[in-house]
Design a protein around this ligand. Sequence first.
Ligand code: ZN
Length: 328
Amino acid sequence: MRYSKEIFSKAYAITAERRTNAETMAQRRRDEVLRVIPEIEEIERKMSSVSLMAAKAVLKGANAKEELEKIAELSKKLRDEKANLMMSHGYRADYMEPQYSCPVCQDTTAVEKDGKTLYCQCFLNTLKDVACDEINKISPLSLSTFDTFSLDKYPYDSNQDGVSPYSRMSKILNFCKNYVANFAAEKPSILMRGATGLGKTHLSLAIANELLNKGYYVVYVSAPAIISKLESAHFEYSAREEEELLSTLCECDLLILDDLGTEFMTPFSKSTIYNLFNTRIMKNKPVIINTNMTIAELESTYSQRFVSRIMSSCVKFDFIGNDIRATK
Ligand SMILES: [Zn+2]
């Protein structure tokens, strides 16, 4: 993925804060230990003069080997003494060491590998986190859960097509719960279709929240909002912003396109939506599309190519319930 300077500096700031916190906590624990076991300070003084001896011995060169062995022995003795003293007071031997969030880079963002300095995996994860958060800000994720999804509002009796909305919706709810549980192994794309107010957004947000809690990168966007954002980046010639946005939309673990409708339809937006969807399907990355359009409407608004791609790659759900228009 590519990231902007802003995303880099946010990720750096987050990592730097983790490092500072780890060090501040370590200093506090150190103050505490020195209050309880003041002798530790004397041992540490001896330890640093031993390392000074070692440095001098190395400088002397030739017959330093024997001397270095003695120094190493002395140094080990002091370390053991310190550790035993701490443990006899109920502290772990590493109690005064900083507990970094990432033990690999010690929250510095960088690791050395084959003589090269690379970004640590933890920093790459933080970059992804920040980039996903930035997009999710465009259409704020409110907290929806499976627990707050009530089946009571769906009629038990069969509708004119002979289907009970209650039983259809309980099947869909179960599918969504299993989807989250099995996401690591199997993650098909989903088309959620049906009138407004039947629970498409609620269920897709519940999926998003559970997967986010499991540590997946989920981007939830309302289709009109993301289209207008991409369009303005494109036509204001902000290539970097457009590329960054598209890269996060293409690379996240799950993309939820809510509210795919007829608004803001230009040749640019139609082809952008198609390319986005197609790229993700080719990469085996799932998309959840929510729409209140019928298949025929989708075909006439977008393209047959888009619809046939959806039909061949998505699990399809028709949400049914009390028809709001009929009850009016
Ligand atoms: Zn790291």
